[in-house]
Design a protein around this ligand. Structure first.
Ligand SMILES: [Fe+2]
Ligand SMILES: [Fe+2]
Length: 166
């Protein structure tokens, strides 16, 4: 049973995702594998959702909109990094590619830029500078590990309804 906060958060995520569907090419990332059987788009939705859940669990005051938008765009690099023509040194370069792509279609706040650019810390030695960016940096690693070793978000099936809009 979902709490009212979780229901509200789900609506918030849905709203921000829908707005980005209209203003960006984020739907394209559903065609690219991130880890295992998970597309880059589902990965980004999972990172957004669980970053906000972690903020709630820790009773942290965060800017929900910036957290969700930054998380949804944190891997907005728009290529398949598994293919030979994907960017060289993907792990190091993709936060900057994602940021540049996102800047071309969105007016990003400094927090949103920080979330995108700093999410690969410590591999990329630029630390996240706000709590929203720290949350996304942590959850991104947890989601990446989960996707690599378990594959499917069984408790995250509601996202298929969201993805159906893509
Ligand atoms: Fe990433
Ligand atoms: Fe990621």
């Amino acid at each position: 049973m979902l709490s009212n906060t979780a229901k509200n958060d789900r609506m918030l995520l849905h709203r921000e995702f829908r707005l980005l569907l209209e203003s960006t090419q984020i739907s394209v990332s559903h065609g690219f594998v991130q880890h295992g059987n998970t597309s880059c788009l589902v990965h980004s939705l999972a990172v957004a959702w669980y970053s906000l859940r972690l903020a709630r669990f820790l009773h942290l005051s965060v800017s929900e909109t910036e957290l969700l938008r930054g998380a949804l765009l944190h891997d907005y690099f728009l290529y398949d990094w598994h293919l030979p023509h994907g960017a060289k040194f993907h792990g190091f370069r993709h936060p900057f590619i994602a940021l540049r792509n996102a800047q071309q279609c969105c007016n990003l706040s400094p927090k949103e830029e920080n979330i995108i650019q700093r999410h690969m810390f410590p591999l990329v030695p630029l630390p996240p500078l706000c709590r929203e960016a720290i949350l996304v940096c942590i959850i991104d690693k947890a989601c990446g590990l989960f996707e690599t070793f378990r594959g499917e978000y069984r408790r995250f099936r509601w996202v298929s309804a969201v993805i159906a809009e893509v």
